[in-house]
Design a protein around this ligand. Structure first.
Ligand code: ATP
Length: 316
């Protein structure tokens, strides 16, 4: 049996609108998700131990059964008990580069990589739609992490309509090391404050989804028009996170004062990103924000938009 190493890219949200409540306790969403080149690396190998072993170099990442990568491996074992009984243990190592609890789908992309890696290692022959079904059972962002690129995500985020891939733009990410935001808290707080404006009629929800599918932002993405895209970024959860965390608001203001195409918080935050037309511009923006905020707790990354989902690493 071979071992595999996979590249698991992070995502940002170019758009996040909360439409209403769902029967399952989640929110009905319409989002535009975008892969970025900032990625974790996942190593999967057979193990003599008969269970799933997980290693990770990041202190904030749980190493137990709650880890999404572990849960992905467990789902495969439970779905294919005979294969598991035959092949035995799995050794997973996560090389974490994506900031944790940052709104960048770090855990989700690790889980997607484990699904792809185990499908290869155990030669399960699962098709992409079959992997997508397993991904949707594990978490809302995981189907997108499998496919990557640029996509409209609806439902709780698991239903995907790919759009023409955007990969010609650069992004600067900014996150305070000492600040994490729980996704559950952000959505619950949003519900407490805004549920009176939720759509409840399924027809209204359908209509709003259709409007976003033909929105100026989607048209700008199809045209690959960075200037328009930058002006049309949107995230409902900013209303919650920016009000509760002034540091996040401060980063957004710092980006907005510079020559960027646009700036927005990703997902439930607290990472804020700025879109730039070139790597040179992105590096310049990074330096300017480092100089203007000058806080050792603020980390910044320059990365590129990416068209890929989970990929085999060059040294797999
Ligand atoms: P999303 O954008 O999907 O809401 P996120 O980027 O905000 O996710 P993650 O980095 O996935 O956040 O971490 C959220 C929580 O999930 C962390 O606090 C951590 O305890 C837990 N977690 C479980 N598995 C992982 C993993 N493989 N990598 C990172 N965090 C994980």
């Amino acid at each position: 049996m071979h071992s595999y190493s996979l590249i698991a890219p992070a995502k940002i949200n170019l758009y996040l609108e909360i439409l209403g409540d769902r029967y399952d306790g989640f929110h009905e969403l319409v989002m535009i998700l975008q892969s970025i080149e900032l990625a974790d690396k996942i190593h999967i190998k057979p193990s003599d131990a008969e269970d799933i072993r997980l290693h990770c170099n990041h202190p904030q990442v749980p190493k137990d059964k709650s880890n999404l990568a572990y849960r992905a491996a467990k789902l495969i074992c439970d779905t294919f008990p005979d294969v598991y009984a035959n092949y035995g243990g799995i050794d997973l190592t996560i090389e974490k580069n994506i900031p944790v609890a940052a709104g960048l789908a770090g855990g989700s992309t690790n889980a997607a990589a484990v699904l792809v890696g185990l499908n290869l290692m155990w030669q399960l022959g699962l098709t992409h739609p079959e992997l997508q079904d397993l991904a949707a059972q594990l978490g809302s962002d995981i189907p997108f992490c499998l496919s990557g690129g640029t996509a409209i995500a609806t439902g709780r985020g698991e239903k995907l309509d790919p759009i023409r891939n955007l990969n010609n733009l650069w992004v600067v990410l900014a996150k305070y090391n000492n600040l994490s935001v729980s996704t559950a808290w952000a959505y619950q707080t949003y519900r407490q404050q805004y549920s009176q404006s939720y759509l409840s009629d399924p027809e209204d929800i359908k209509l709003r989804r259709a409007e976003v599918h033909s929105s100026p932002l989607v048209k700008a993405i199809i045209e690959q028009n960075g200037v328009k895209i930058g002006k049309l970024l949107y995230n409902d959860l900013e209303k919650i996170v920016l009000t509760h965390h002034s540091q996040v608001a401060q980063v957004k203001i710092a980006f907005a004062e510079l020559d960027v195409l646009g700036t927005m918080m990703s997902g439930s935050g607290p990472t804020v990103f700025a879109l730039c037309e070139s790597e040179q511009k992105a590096q310049q923006v990074k330096q300017q924000v480092e100089a203007s905020i000058s806080d050792p707790e603020l980390s910044l990354w320059v990365t590129k938009l990416s068209s890929g989902g989970i990929q085999l690493a060059d040294d797999h």
